[in-house]
Design a protein around this ligand. Sequence first.
Ligand code: UGB
Length: 622
Amino acid sequence: MESAGENLGGLSIAGGWISSSPNLDKNLGILSAEEIALAKMLLDKGQKHLFDHWPEPGVDDTRKKNFLHQVARLNSSYPGGLVSYIQNARKLLADSKAGKNPYDGFTPSVPSGEILTFGDEKFTLLEETGVRESRKAAFVLVAGGLGERLGYKGIKLALPSETTTNRCFLQYYIESILALQEASCRTVQGHGEAEIPLVIMTSDDTHAPTLSLLEANYYFGMKSSQVKLLKQEKVACLNDNDARLALDPNDSYKIQTKPHGHGDVHTLLFSSGLLNLWHRADIRWVLFFQDTNGLLFKGIPASLGVSATRGYQVNSLAVPRKAKEAMGGIAQLTHTDGTKMVINVEYNQLGPLLRATGHADGDVNCETGFSPFPGNINQLILELEPYIQELSKTRGAIAEFVNPKYKDSSKTSFKSSTRLECMMQDYPKSLPASAKIGFTVVDKWLAYAPVKNNPEDASKVPKGNPYHSATSGEMAVYRANCLMLKKAGVLVADPIIDIFNGQEVEVWPRVTWSPKWASTFTDVIWKVGKGCSISQRSTLVINGQNIVLDGLRLDGTLVITANDQADVKVTGHVQNKGWTIEHVDYKDNSIPQEIRIRGFKIYKIEQLELNYMESGKFQFKP
Ligand code: UGB
């Protein structure tokens, strides 16, 4: 700790303190002791410029105090406070200026992990284990991002994951967790009880709308006490290589701030005390996931099964990745000093790193037709106990990076202010080489279809690369459900190809089910009998737990809803005009944004609706 007498910003005198900022000096009388301490800390760290414009006392006094309130918030929300933030920033900015490669001295190799084939015996056994383990899991959803690339006005969690049922992402996630909770309890003799906790990390941009979405929908069936929102704070922006903090261009009594990244989730979980609470409640796994993947839970049970059987302390969900595809690759990095880590290496860094370490061709496909480095989809499963131990050492801090846009090659000034950032997948960076870290690869069609890009950008994606748009995200849900039904023996018609918002996609029959109908492939097999078929123009909506399709031949739209006490068997030929998909233009502002970003709208012409709200056994045969 520097003493006031030694520091750059102030001079210690008996009974008081004179700062190196005359404008601050004049205002000391209006500030409390805590506010003066914060101001002094800023001066000590070379931030005198923040006070240069302060007028005489009596002018803007409230704004001056508000400024120091903001400083207090920024100070308390960063591990080690603003002093650490500025120190870390100076170091990272100096490294960036010197062009230091974070991977210098490291050689990449393919780490060990589990590569799964959907539906085979191993897969179903792992799913079984995963469902059992779910009772000991907590889920953490990072949802503080604004989704600027998508350009959607609201929060992404409120977007429908598909528009056949309009089930939004948050509803899909919560219903999936509740379905796992129920399924997991059924594996315990006498039906155990469990409440799987859900944490949602929000930010100033997303907190209020996320809370409103939950409250307006009664937490989508989850107990409100099961859900905890943790809000991440933004971090201060930096104006230059000396890490001088930037003032907001629109308010000179405010430090400009920007998001720090999803890595904040570790800091918040640590400081909230939740991890220790979970540990005391016998929770063993923490599963992290992102805001717009309508397929994610199809890959969760088997991956959790892998964590449990392999004893992985860190398990990254991954999908096969074509060499050079724009997604991070999971790699083991071994340093010349012998240290090792298994980590996500961003795709633009993986190729150069391979070439620099003796692989002249860089990132190339192997005999499987894919890169040997699996593609990171940023869904992590961490074992709670070692996670707590590690965060206790780091106090929740995660490796950071800085990405300044320099004005010129002298790298002395920035085009605009920058800030430190961190990513949740960088957590393993600080783990010792002995830590058991692995990955689980599942088919891409099964588990990964994020919604990140606006229609215009998606339509420009080079052919063969994923669109990651609302259009592709929704079509991927139908495709995955159809492929699962096919694997279970249903005759599902082939898709047609259509173009929406400039994106060519496969259009499968619109099959959706509530997560409680099937959490695993085994559930699907149990609930589908012989002789079922679904035509391409069909829509099938299954809302309920105990609904069996047996000899159902569908050519049109069928919506089946049943409560948990009804056992329903649906059989026979159902034919009607059904629901059609009509093209819409994303530029047509008369259409709600959540619809037009897909480029299509579902027109409900005719359907058969079956409702079973009483308990008992029922059979439907037209
Ligand atoms: N998020 C926050 O909660 N807070 C923040 O400050 C920022 C984001 P993006 P991006 O899925 O393939 C990630 O913006 O840049 C939440 C991985 O880093 O969608 O596409 C936000 O709400 C990358 O390695 O992330 O990159 C959202 O839920 C790759 O795996 C989540 O964080 C990529 O995702 C991700 O935010 C991917």
